[in-house]
Design a protein around this ligand. Sequence first.
Ligand SMILES: C[S@@+](CC[C@H](N)C(=O)[O-])C[C@H]1O[C@@H](n2cnc3c(N)ncnc32)[C@H](O)[C@@H]1O
Length: 195
Amino acid sequence: MADWTKKTILRSNALQQYIFETSAYPKEHEQLKELREASAEKYKDCGDRNHYFRQIIAIDPDKEAYETGAPFIKKAGVQQKIKFIPSDAFLVLNDLIKNGEEGSFDFIFVDAYKNDYLKFHELTLKLVKIGGIVAYDNTLWYGSVAKSKTEVADGLIKMFRSFEIEFNSFVAADPQVESSLLSIGDGLTLCMRLY
Ligand SMILES: C[S@@+](CC[C@H](N)C(=O)[O-])C[C@H]1O[C@@H](n2cnc3c(N)ncnc32)[C@H](O)[C@@H]1O
């Protein structure tokens, strides 16, 4: 059996196998099954392929945001895959674009100030590959996006509510992405870049 503990943070092959067999495999499309089996065969002698995956750039001017998670990242043994840049993300994203990284990211996750989401969208769509995903957190903004202005009390929620509403409408109409607003947590919008 493949040693999945080298590839995931789950530290039990038996548990990983259980998840596959009870949750993933029963609903797996025949072509996906064949692709999975062909891939397993192709890479069976490659040893630990972990180094190909999960290379992540994490950006936040607030070092503490990263330092909170750092011990857990280390415990999971994936710290070498994460490059933390203590900076404003706009500077870093623009540098990545200037340095020829357009269309090279598989996945981008945005959880910053909500008034900046539209500006982020412009840059993330340049950096993610066609078919790649950009995820935006908090897009239901405590449920306030479905309330009238008068129903929301003054404060942080009211302050950013209109930005989330504007962002959600923009993304829903944006022809460059196929999007889905998932009703989990505080709302998570997934955008797949189409072109
Ligand atoms: C709600 S916190 C989320 C932090 C982290 N994602 C988490 O779940 O713990 C929002 C973070 O966005 C960061 N932030 C806001 N604007 C940013 C920007 N332009 N570039 C990088 N980070 C930004 C803030 O410093 C803050 O740490």
